[in-house]
Design a protein around this ligand. Structure first.
Ligand code: TNX
Length: 761
């Protein structure tokens, strides 16, 4: 072989290997995860000549795909019948799930198969997520894969409250677009409430002139004292033209828009416009603060005529089979004293106001059924007997879901514990103001929509899940995005992916990659991926971790701010004295997320044995009873974190047994108190201390403050006379607050007790 030839050969080989190396394939990171995905050797290249082949008229899917490709590649795309260098949409009768699809990508083409346009559409959404986000000009490579996919639940929803705050049509479309990307198919549009009526109803112009605007809005938190207002007029409404535009936009993405017209409660805005709709016979204003209001529709013939006329226009606009009629939080105070309401009760042989609520809902249901529609209502529609064909949206836990499913009604799961995206998502103190609660991404992700109490047959009535975005504390579209993302991504996986294919760590890695996609879409998501998480292990050591791969944790224990030279975390940190850990997640010497701080109080209860006579509610089980004496206080503003224990309506008894007898000088108890969230510190509790000489018992009343937290201090003053005694056991008897009094949020329901660290000094 001549030297020249060898040189030429090596040159060719080098070029060839360079060419090969340039192809960096993304590892598929589809959200929601498909039921099966196999990566094969090779790839397909989208280049200047690639075309789309719409073999079976999957119109919406085809148009969506072409539109997307034209946007990202900046060129026109041709649709022609071809199987070479083409993306093919093809009918496949074998795919029995009507929203299912398959994708096979290989060097010659990519084929998406489905038996409906909806299935093909979801195939297109997955394909889009296989396309890398950069370098469209020079041609992009799509890994060779085989995907077979279909949804776990038929109803995959997101809700948006536009009454408390309103968002323009462009934003509504952006929200719907994001839902479509995540294969969600129902947009629940909460259009009316006490604080504003947002849909144009031509027959009732005062809904636009009066009900759509409020004179002022609460600023800060509802629990702040005193409450403050901005004094500015706020409001607006969607014209019927705009509503049609939104519905068409959603339809092109296989999303049904379900309107919600609240009744009989949450109706103050409508009553402000037409006072005769109320029972009190007096003028009221559109509400300026949040909560539950006494002004509900009076069950008069006039009201029913009004509602029927409103619903006529709603039905004419919305093709949705379901109309949401609310039904939640309707205080019965005004009905109790209203002659009109009492007459309806009498004439219809109803037992009480609860049956009147049921009568109200059933009349509306009949009307909508006569128009060929079905109702959905919040779980209060179970009160006083369920309307015959109604679908129940279970939000106050899962009890309503169980009752409805057992009675053969369809159910959509939206319990506050896992589906309320208005709750805080991080324990970090510098989170923007939210309503309260704590619903981190991981908790959303692990939601199992099928309640344990249901057998297989009954479970079939659970049609799906929905994330709710109530906007009392979201004044801008940016803020809505911050609260909805990434929790909406986790919810999409709850709704779509079969439990067997769900994996949180894997989801987190896909999410980290997905951030780039959200950036491209200009979505203001919350990023809590680079936060440190901490957990006390059984050996009283504190373990730090972070969710994503390839990062380091560095920490300090001297109060200083950690930096890239601080101690590298590589083993659990012992907790044998008061301690403050500050830590951060680092990559390439740069701090990525927010700093993490954890304080530990090494008090006398730490290491003792604790038992509680009741299990905490399973949605608020914190870190179990042991968490009450682990030296870590629950957050002052997030009652659902890993420390607080929640009990619903139950009296509890706690017993702490010390390993050796201890002197006790002070006991501090912490109760959460947030009436807006149905959480009440107990009025009183009993403390008993056991010594070898007998029992010291005391009744303690808790000071009530209008704050998140009620701290009750059993201090040294009260130990006067017992100083030299040693105690072996401490017992606390904590009665539940009882039923939530009238005119409070959740009135008539049982109150929650939330308790955390019992600090013994
Ligand atoms: C309860 S969920 C409500 C809403 C509030 C929400 C705040 C439901 C049916 N009613 O009116 O906006 O809590 O989390």
């Amino acid at each position: 072989m001549s030297a020249r030839f060898l040189i030429l050969l090596s040159l060719i080989l080098t070029l060839f290997s360079c060419e090969k190396k340039k192809v960096e394939l993304i590892s598929p990171s589809i959200i929601p995860a498909p039921q099966s995905l196999q990566v094969n050797p090779g790839y397909f290249t989208i280049n200047e000549a690639t075309t789309v082949s719409n073999n079976d008229d999957f119109t919406a899917s085809h148009d969506f795909l072409i539109n997307y490709l034209e946007q990202v590649t900046g060129r026109e795309w041709e649709t022609k019948y071809s199987d070479n260098n083409a993306i093919i949409l093809e009918y496949d009768a074998q795919i029995s799930s009507k929203e299912g699809y398959s994708i096979i990508s290989k060097d010659r083409n990519i084929t998406i198969k489905a038996s409906t346009d909806a299935g093909a559409f979801y195939g297109v959404q997955s394909l889009i997520q296989l396309i890398p986000l950069e370098n469209y000009q020079s041609g992009v490579h799509i890994p060779a894969v085989t995907i077979k996919d279909q949804p776990g639940f038929a109803y995959r929803g997101m809700h948006l409250d536009v009454s408390r705050h309103m968002f323009d049509v462009d934003f509504i479309k952006k929200y719907i677009d994001a839902m479509a990307m995540l294969k969600m198919n129902n947009f629940h549009w909460h259009l009316t409430d006490d604080q504003g009526w947002r849909i144009e109803i031509k027959k009732y112009p005062r809904l636009q002139e009066v009900a759509a605007y409020r004179d002022s809005t609460l600023i800060g938190h509802y629990n702040d004292t005193p409450q403050q207002y901005d004094g500015k007029r706020y409001g607006g409404f969607y014209t019927q033209e705009e509503v049609r535009e939104v519905i068409a936009f959603a339809k092109a993405r296989h999303i049904t828009v379900i309107p919600e017209i609240e009744l009989p409660g949450h109706a103050q805005a409508a009553i402000a416009a037409y006072p005769e709709l109320g029972c009190a016979g007096q003028k009221v204003n559109v509400a300026t603060k949040w909560g539950v209001f006494e002004n509900i529709y009076c069950p008069s013939e006039e009201t029913f005529t009004f509602l029927e006329n409103v619903l006529d226009e709603v039905v004419a606009l919305f093709p949705s089979k379901y109309i949401h009629i609310g039904g939640d939080e309707a205080p019965k105070t005004q009905w109790k004293t209203s002659a009109v309401a009492q007459k309806v009760i009498q004439e219809n042989g109803l037992k009480d106001e609860h049956e009147l609520q049921s009568y109200f809902i059933q009349r509306i249901e009949k009307y909508l059924n006569s128009k060929g529609r079905q109702i959905i209502g919040w779980d209060e529609i179970l009160e006083g007997g369920l309307a015959p064909n109604a679908t129940v949206m279970s939000w106050r836990g899962t009890k309503g879901a169980v009752e409805a499913a057992k009675a053969g009604h369809d159910v959509i799961m939206t319990p506050t514990s896992h589906c309320y995206f208005d709750y805080y998502q991080s324990e970090n103190d510098n989170e923007p103001l939210a309503i309260g609660g704590f619903l981190p991404l991981e908790k959303v992700y692990h939601f199992n929509p099928i309640p344990d109490e249901l057998n297989e047959e009954e479970s079939k009535f659970i049609k799906g899940v929905q994330g709710n975005v109530w906007t009392e504390y979201m004044t801008t579209a940016d803020q809505v995005e911050y609260m909805a993302f990434p929790r909406m991504l986790a919810m999409s996986e709850v709704a779509w992916t079969q439990p067997a294919h769900k994996n949180y760590d894997n989801f987190i890695n896909r999410l980290e990659y997905f951030h780039q996609r959200l950036d491209v879409l200009d979505i203001n998501y919350a990023n809590h991926l680079y936060e440190v998480e901490g957990k006390l292990n059984d050996q009283q050591q504190y373990e730090l971790s972070t969710k994503t791969l390839g990062k380091e944790i560095r920490f300090t224990t001297d109060g200083s701010v950690p930096n890239s030279t601080s101690t590298l975390y590589d083993q659990p940190i012992p907790f044998t004295d008061d301690l403050t850990i500050k830590a951060g997640v680092f990559k390439d010497e740069k701090l990525l997320g927010k700093l993490f701080t954890q304080e530990f109080i090494f008090h006398k209860g730490v290491g003792a044995t604790i038992s509680i006579n009741k299990e905490p509610h399973k949605s608020y089980a914190g870190s179990g009873a042991a968490g009450l004496i682990n030296g870590i206080k629950g957050s002052d503003s997030r009652y659902g974190d890993s420390e607080w224990l929640g009990f619903w309506g139950e009296d509890i008894e706690i017993e702490i047994e010390f390993e050796t007898e201890v002197e006790v000088n002070e006991i501090e108890l912490r109760f959460y108190h947030a009436p807006g969230q149905w959480i009440y510190a107990p009025e009183k509790y009993y403390l008993k201390l056991e010594t070898e000489k007998g029992i010291i018992s005391d009744l303690i009343t808790t000071p009530k403050e209008n704050e998140n937290l009620v701290i009750s201090n059993y201090n040294s003053e009260r130990f006067k006379g017992y100083e030299d005694l040693k105690f072996s056991k401490l017992r606390l008897v904590i009665p539940n607050y009882g039923t939530i009094p009238d005119s409070n949020q959740g009135a008539g329901n049982k109150a929650w007790t939330f308790i955390d660290e019992i600090i013994i000094r």
